[in-house]
Design a protein around this ligand. Structure first.
Ligand SMILES: Cc1ncc(C[n+]2csc(CCOP(=O)(O)OP(=O)(O)O)c2C)c(N)n1
Ligand SMILES: [Mg+2]
Length: 411
């Protein structure tokens, strides 16, 4: 006898908030600050399963630091991190306006995610190589990269170090350990693992830091990277920035509903942590722990940073079409700058006056850099490089087909 079954159906995850209704953030499964353990540095990857499901947090809602992950975080790092985060936000604000003024074609801000890149950059050495996505400009700010060069890249002007070859925001700053950003999502994740492996093959001591968004983890490069990283115990930190959205698709559709992104690392034999990405102290502490594991030859660490993409995906996006407009103000992990500020004031290392003074100083620095960069041209200025330049500086030796194309154009 054949049993009667209902017709088969697929499960399509839905976002927990849509325009016009308030997001239910209970899906985040938060834990209180200070409650998640800190394991030995040589922990077995399988023994991090609880850390990949929990949430490492140091700062509570009142700005007090708690628990084992609060230890050994120097105040000088917190103050430096505060400046880097403020600079990132001020820079982002001004560049969004410059895009609206048609001085550049495109911009992507990192509003709400400033703690992640800046704290990790400060936990690494300057010659460790970061393989960022387009939302880690805070790494550049923490590493004090000159703003004029960055803005010239955005403006694709005559001083653009990349000569207009890259979309604005796709910087490349080798000296600051900032690998060229790729527009093809996830490619940099596997490249970071390869770079880390090469460092080990050469007998060097440098480590790599790989970056990817929640949405891009659905790319096969992500999975390949995990395989190589765990098989060869590559010296790499595998960062997954779960900012809840991938343009208009919710993180659940990339696989964040039934498990955590960090949980995938454990499944691959990689030590994994899930961390409050808006808690600067927790980000620094978890990054330092992962870097130490990599340097000691203990292999990769995957870290899922739980955060929220507070702004639009890019200047070409309108999030009010697919999520509640005031979502960020309800996000339970708050604003990383406000939280670190509250903590620093509480421990007597910052004040409202200093906050205002540093903000004004950084604003002046960004304005001055923008003025200088604009002297070399903006999109609104209308000067466009000659078509001949698109053939240059791409190949060491120009392939035949490009030579032909150039001849056809008569340039
Ligand atoms: C291989 C590939 N597929 C699609 C795109 C188009 N695209 C650019 S960004 C993006 C969303 C990525 O979301 P996520 O990885 O969560 O990063 P976030 O923007 O949230 O930082 C998509 C689909 C692309 N650039 N490359
Ligand atoms: Mg995302």
């Amino acid at each position: 006898m054949t049993q009667a079954y209902e017709p088969l159906r697929l499960h399509v995850p839905e976002p927990s908030g849509r325009p016009g209704c308030k997001t239910d953030f209970s899906y985040l499964h938060l834990t209180d600050a200070g409650t998640v353990r800190k394991p030995q540095i040589d922990v077995e990857p399988a023994d991090t399963a609880d850390l990949a499901r929990g949430l490492i947090r140091v700062l509570d809602d009142q700005g007090n630091a708690h628990g084992p992950w609060a230890e050994n975080v120097p105040v000088a790092i917190l103050r430096k991190g505060m400046r880097a985060m403020l600079k990132t936000r001020i820079y982002d604000n001004r560049m969004v306006v410059a895009q609206r003024q048609k001085k550049m074609s495109f911009y992507m801000q990192s509003l709400g995610e400033e703690a992640i890149g800046s704290a990790q950059a400060l936990a690494l050495n300057i010659d460790d190589m970061c393989f960022p996505t387009y939302r880690q400009q805070s790494i550049l700010m923490a590493r004090d990269v000159p703003l004029v060069d960055l803005i010239c890249q955005l403006l694709s002007n005559e001083r653009d170090p990349l000569k207009g070859r890259q979309l604005p925001i796709m910087y490349s700053v080798k000296d600051a350990g900032f690998f060229t950003i790729s527009g093809n999502l996830a490619t940099q994740f596997i490249q970071a693992v390869g770079w880390g492996m090469a460092s080990a093959i050469k007998g060097d001591t440098k480590i790599a830091s790989a970056w990817i968004g929640d949405g891009a983890t659905a790319e096969s490069d992500f999975h390949t990277a995990l395989t190589f990283a765990h098989v060869y115990r590559a010296p790499v930190i595998l960062n997954v920035v779960n900012n809840q959205w991938a343009i208009s698709t919710f993180q659940a559709i990339a696989g964040g509903e039934a498990t955590t992104f960090a949980g995938r690392g454990v499944g691959c034999g990689i030590a994994s942590l899930r961390v409050d990405g808006n808690d600067f102290v927790a980000v620094y502490s978890a990054s330092a722990w992962a870097a130490e594991r990599a340097r000691r030859g203990l292999g990769p660490t995957m870290i899922e940073w739980v955060t929220y993409r507070a702004g639009p995906h890019s200047t070409s996006d309108d999030p009010s079409k697919y999520r509640p407009a005031d979502d960020w103000s309800h996000f339970p992990l708050g604003d990383p700058i406000a939280r670190l500020k509250q903590h620093l004031i509480k421990i007597g290392q910052w004040s409202e006056e200093e906050h205002a003074a540093v903000s004004a100083e950084l604003e002046a620095e960004v304005i001055a850099a923008q003025k200088e960069a604009e002297q070399y041209g903006t999109l609104a200025g209308g000067q466009i490089p000659s078509a001949a330049t698109m053939f240059e500086d791409v190949y060491k030796e120009m392939p035949e087909h490009l030579k032909r194309q150039r001849q056809e154009l008569g340039i």
